[in-house]
Every structure is written in structure tokens, then in C-alpha cells.
Design a protein around this ligand. Structure first.
Ligand code: ADP
Ligand code: MG
Length: 378
């Protein structure tokens, strides 16, 4: 059953880098096959179990095919709100997994074999669109969240903060966010590059900015085929519709920022990142509940009691909403739709195999296995 394998985190262990090998780092993470990840170091000897583990030898294609990414693309075409999260410490391979090495170099285009989940998904979407006689209208938006500020990575000019609003019909949305239509792979890939370039440019201006920000590329998939809406759509406006989304989230590095004492900036960053990762952790349950529940034409989820709780809180009048995990950070507010209602999520935990990263690796694996435990609920 594909839906179940989508719900459990996928683990990707990158190879040791040249620098790590040169300085003599030990490889402390090993894939044992059958979803088992073994971490062994001086005082640690732990084995974690997941549904899919990709080790250093795994190709980008293997990750695309084996993680459930292709099914996720198809679900987005079917009208679901789909989200892929890459998380893990800085340097663990999140951007590589999503975009491939092209993020690092503009001078030489990446070899097709190294393209990441994003480009492979675009190709898959465009193929599907063509095979359906181009009845899919595709558009993209690209945002980043830095220190709890939302910025548009596609609109020209210096990045400025955009307000996050909520409306009854749209849910949470970013005001004045640019959304660009595309019909070819070249167009969407160049939007992706432009956006990443803008993110990196400000990274130079602000120390370590890009690893401290979340980047969200969202593809909106709308079916052009005119069909009268079924009656249930009229009653429950936020249902899976002919409009699906596919959102790629490159999360800020999960490592703890060392407290310097002198710099307030770092602790603000650390606080906002921790806040959003924590809020996201609390949101795994609704995400997973949505997945396990049958795709019913309404927002009432049967999969998890926690999910039902979130959704019913959202329905309460404004003043009474107090404990909604979505509200804990801009990230979860923006992803409320995916994490709750008709959302389907794919989580990719990225891991460095190096002995120097041991404690961050253990915390990423614990975070990921917490998400996994939730999925095993009946
Ligand atoms: P992050 O986005 O998590 O900070 P990156 O994706 O930038 O990490 O990866 C850090 C470094 O490791 C980059 O030089 C990248 O090219 C390399 N790398 C990451 N994953 C792999 C992989 N699976 N195979 C080869 N190199 C990788
Ligand atoms: Mg990165």
C-alpha cells in the first residue's frame, strides 16, 4: 500500500565528503538493509528502523523512485495538498536531495543523473500534463521564511517581508505573493534557479542566512477540464478539489546554534528555527492522520484523534483558538492545509555519516522515528 510507505520518513545518508575523508572522520552511520540504520561510535550503539533508507551509494533516481515521490506527484495532480520536507543539520544533504548539486555551481549545469527530487517531479508533472492533453494549468511560487519573516523569492527587487493572512475561503496565505505559470521544464527550472540565487545572495549579506531559513517551493496544479463541482464541494469549500499542490520544503538546519552571548541575532534565529521545527514536530500527527484516513470529501479525519483535535480547533471562533499547533510558527501556518485536511506528506531525513556529526545525527534520527511512531497508530 503506497499510502503507508509515504507516511513514514525516508532516511538518506550521504557519503563522506572529501574534506571529511581527508581529515580522517570515521563513518559512524551504516545502513543494514531492510530499513535498519545503525549508528555506532565510542559510547553509542543504536539501531533505528524506517521504511526506506538510502545510503551513500544510492542514486538520485533511486531516491525519487524509492521514496514515493512519484506517487506524491500523482496525488497532487488528483487534487491533494502534497508536501515533501527535507530536514537534517546543515551540510547533511537536504538541498542536494531536493535540487542536486546545481545549487552549488551555476557555471556548469548539473548532469541529468544528479538532478534532485524537484526537477524529477517537474518532469513527471509535465509528462502527465502532456499525456492528459495539457489540461493541467501549472504555476509556481517560491518563498523563504527567515526569522519568522516570509519573503518572496520570485518577485524582483530586494527581498521584503510579506504579511501572512488568513481567510475563511483560502485559509492561511501570503499577501502579494507572486505565482508564475509555466508550461516547460526550462521555465520552472529557471524559476527555481532564480529563487535559489536570491536566497543565496542574501545569504552572503547575512551570515549563514540560507542554512537558517526555510525555503518553500509550491507548485499549484489546476485541472482545466471543466466539471461542475460535486455538491459536497459546495458544502465543504476546503476539500480535495481540482486544485492540488506540491510543496518542496528545504528546512533550516536542525543543528543547535552555539550561544555566543554577544550576538542577539543568532539566538533570535535559533529561537525561530526551534519554534518552527517544534511546531512541525507537533504537526506530524495530523499530517499522518490525513494520510491514513481515506480520501473523504471533507476535513474530518478519522486517522488520528490528534488530527481531529486540530481541525475542530480551527473551526472554532477566533477568540477561542488557543492551542492550535499550526499557530506556533509561520511555517506550520503556511503548511496548515498540507499538514491537516487533505494533505499528504513525505519526509526525508538527511544524515551525515561522519563521526563529527554524531550528536546531530542521533537527534535527527530520534526526530524522524517520532514521526514514524505516530504513523503506526491504527
Ligand atoms: P544541506 O542543504 O543539508 O546544508 P547540501 O545539500 O548543501 O546540505 O550538502 C552538503 C554537501 O554534501 C554538498 O557539497 C553536497 O554536494 C554534498 N552531498 C550531499 N548529499 C550528497 C550525496 N547524496 N552524494 C554526494 N554528495 C552529496
Ligand atoms: Mg541547503
Amino acid at each position: 500500500d503506497t499510502s503507508v510507505s509515504l507516511s513514514t520518513p525516508t532516511i538518506r545518508v550521504r557519503p563522506l565528503t572529501c574534506t571529511e575523508t581527508r581529515r580522517g572522520d570515521q563513518q559512524v552511520v551504516h545502513s543494514l538493509g531492510d530499513g535498519a540504520v545503525h549508528v555506532s561510535a565510542a559510547r553509542h550503539d543504536v539501531t533505528f528502523g524506517f521504511s526506506a533508507v538510502f545510503d551513500a551509494g544510492a542514486s538520485q533516481e533511486a531516491v525519487f523512485e524509492g521514496s514515493g515521490m512519484r506517487q506524491l506527484v500523482e496525488l497532487a495532480i488528483d487534487g491533494f495538498s502534497c508536501t515533501v520536507f527535507a530536514f537534517g543539520q546543515t551540510g547533511s544533504g537536504k538541498t542536494y536531495t531536493l535540487m542536486g548539486p546545481l545549487a552549488q555551481s551555476d557555471t556548469q549545469p548539473a548532469s541529468p543523473a544528479l538532478l534532485g527530487l524537484m526537477q524529477r517531479s517537474f518532469t513527471c508533472l509535465l509528462e502527465q500534463s502532456r499525456s492528459r492533453g495539457s489540461d493541467l494549468a501549472l504555476s509556481a511560487s517560491y518563498l523563504e521564511i527567515y526569522n519568522e519573516q516570509v519573503r518572496d523569492l520570485l518577485s524582483p527587487g530586494p527581498p521584503c517581508a510579506l504579511p501572512l493572512r488568513w481567510s475563511k475561503t483560502r485559509g492561511f496565505y501570503v499577501e502579494n505573493q507572486l505565482s508564475v505559470e509555466f508550461e516547460s521544464l526550462e521555465t520552472i527550472v529557471s524559476l527555481l534557479l532564480q529563487g535559489s540565487q536570491r536566497r543565496r545572495t542574501s545569504a552572503h549579506a547575512l551570515n549563514r542566512h540560507s542554512s537558517r531559513s526555510h525555503a518553500l517551493l509550491t507548485i499549484h496544479v489546476r485541472s482545466r477540464a471543466h466539471q461542475p463541482p460535486p455538491t459536497w464541494v459546495l458544502q465543504a469549500s476546503a476539500c480535495p478539489s481540482r486544485q492540488g499542490t506540491l510543496c518542496f520544503v528545504d528546512l533550516a538546519g536542525s543543528e543547535r546554534v552555539k550561544e555566543t552571548g554577544s550576538s542577539g541575532e543568532l539566538s533570535v534565529e535559533a529561537n525561530s528555527i526551534n519554534r518552527s521545527l517544534l511546531a512541525l514536530g507537533k504537526s506530524w500527527a495530523p499530517a499522518v492522520g490525513a494520510l491514513l484516513a481515506p480520501p473523504e470529501p471533507c476535513h474530518i479525519l478519522s486517522g488520528s484523534p490528534f488530527a481531529g483535535h486540530c481541525i475542530s480547533l480551527l473551526a472554532k471562533p477566533r477568540g477561542k483558538r488557543t492551542h492550535i499547533p499550526y499557530r506556533d510558527s509561520k511555517l506550520t501556518r503556511l503548511l496548515a492545509r498540507s499538514l491537516g485536511g487533505s494533505g499528504v506528506t513525505l519526509m526525508v531525513a538527511c544524515i551525515s555519516p561522519s563521526s563529527r556529526c554524531l550528536s546531530e545525527t542521533l537527534s535527527t534520527l530520534h526526530y524522524a522515528s517520532r514521526a514514524r511512531r505516530v504513523t503506526t497508530r491504527p
